[in-house]
Design a protein around this ligand. Structure first.
Ligand SMILES: Cc1cc2nc3c(=O)[nH]c(=O)nc-3n(C[C@H](O)[C@H](O)[C@H](O)COP(=O)(O)OP(=O)(O)OC[C@H]3O[C@@H](n4cnc5c(N)ncnc54)[C@H](O)[C@@H]3O)c2cc1C
Length: 333
């Protein structure tokens, strides 16, 4: 049985949703007979059992308030004390500010290899080597990296690159409390302190939108792109765009979806005139349902689409908008 650990994060005193995405990644690496999954949860949290209900077999909860705010030095000492008992094969963290700060610190301290910002992970069955795929050479290629020395093999993973598993209230809950290791309180006192956590208003922007209509170079010019705006407002959808559309000045950069734009996971992604370059797919491949309209039957986006509509967007889009004449979007809470 191979062990995979994840670094769980908290937000406002509860387990942060990005931790559930990491558990889904961990579980994807093998069957329950092959892989056991543990979550390391530093800092106080009201609901550590949620990690088990979302896929963890075990939670190591170091609940001391000194660890609140996930300062790197004391949290690394917690990992050090756990590693003294056992070392997992794989350690995953989210490529959030916390994960990006903590994992390099821990890797340097423990002499581990670390691959940052992965978009795909796979475990080589025979060897247990983690195949860590991430953009390289300025995003022009996807490189698969192996860490051949040192355990655990550590990687950070892009948030929203995988959907969390459905919450299963029937899963067994196992939470083991971890005491604050020697030196951790002093390290925490020397480091940054979480003084106050300010709740920020839930963004209703592209990143959180359940419905996204997106456009690419197929719109030919800015005036063409305006057709998309009409459809989006009719549907109550947010607008996404390929880099080609953004670079041409048809829409602003915050709407760009992909490797050098946003990573989104809406329930529904409706793409017009987007070819489906690997850099675009990296930003939307976890969408629930993908519908693509493209004139080219070989457009790569079709391979990923639930519904592939071959046709001219200048013909189809106005007809769709007309068919939705009486549609009223449900208010979003
Ligand atoms: C480092 C790096 C980072 C990048 N980051 C991103 C990123 O974040 N996001 C991103 O999107 N790209 C990114 N790119 C660019 C990416 O490689 C592609 O160039 C880009 O996604 C292509 O955009 P597109 O699909 O709109 O254009 P194209 O690839 O030109 O595709 C246009 C599509 O429109 C279709 N079409 C044309 N006319 C019609 C019509 N009348 N009706 C229906 N369909 C029609 C065509 O068949 C074609 O499939 C990046 C590239 C690099 C090197």
């Amino acid at each position: 049985m191979r062990e995979v650990w994840i670094l769980a994060e908290t937000k406002a005193g509860r387990v942060a949703p990005v931790s559930f995405e990491l558990l889904a990644w961990a579980r994807s690496l093998g069957s329950p007979e092959e892989i056991s999954v543990a979550a390391v949860l530093p800092g106080p949290a009201a609901d550590p059992e949620e990690l088990c209900l979302h896929g963890a077999d075990l939670v190591y909860h170091a609940a001391d308030p000194a660890l609140d705010g996930l300062a790197a030095a004391p949290v690394a000492l917690v990992f050090g004390s756990l590693f003294a008992r056992r070392r997992p094969e794989v350690l995953l963290a989210a490529a959030t500010t916390t994960g990006r700060t903590l994992l390099p610190y821990l890797a340097a301290r423990e002499g581990l290899g670390l691959t940052a910002d992965c978009t795909e992970l796979e475990l080589e069955r025979e060897t247990g080597v983690l195949l860590q795929t991430r953009p390289a050479a300025g995003g022009n290629i996807m490189a698969t990296i192996k860490t051949t020395r040192g355990l655990p093999q550590a990687a950070t993973v892009r948030p929203r690159s995988r959907k969390p598993l459905a919450r299963d209230p029937g899963r067994p809950v196992r939470v083991e409390m971890v005491a604050l290791p020697a030196g951790a309180a002093a390290a925490a006192a020397r480091g940054p302190r979480l003084v106050e956590e300010l709740p920020f208003a839930e963004s209703k922007g592209l990143a959180d939108a359940p419905l996204v209509v997106a456009g690419g170079r197929g719109f030919k010019k800015k005036e063409g792109f305006a057709l998309l705006e009409g459809l989006a407002s009719r549907l109550g959808a947010e607008i996404g765009a390929s880099r080609e559309a953004v670079d041409r000045g048809w829409i602003e950069y915050p709407h760009q979806v992909g490797l050098s734009g946003r990573t989104i996971a809406p329930d529904f992604y409706l793409a017009f005139g987007i070819s489906g370059a690997i850099q675009h797919l990296a930003g939307m491949q976890t969408a629930g349902t993908i519908v693509a309209v493209n004139a080219d039957p070989d457009a790569p986006i079709f391979a990923l689409s639930d519904l592939a509509v071959r046709g001219d967007l200048f013909d189809l889009l106005p007809r769709l908008a007309a068919a939705l004449e009486d549609y009223r979007p449900a208010a979003r809470s």
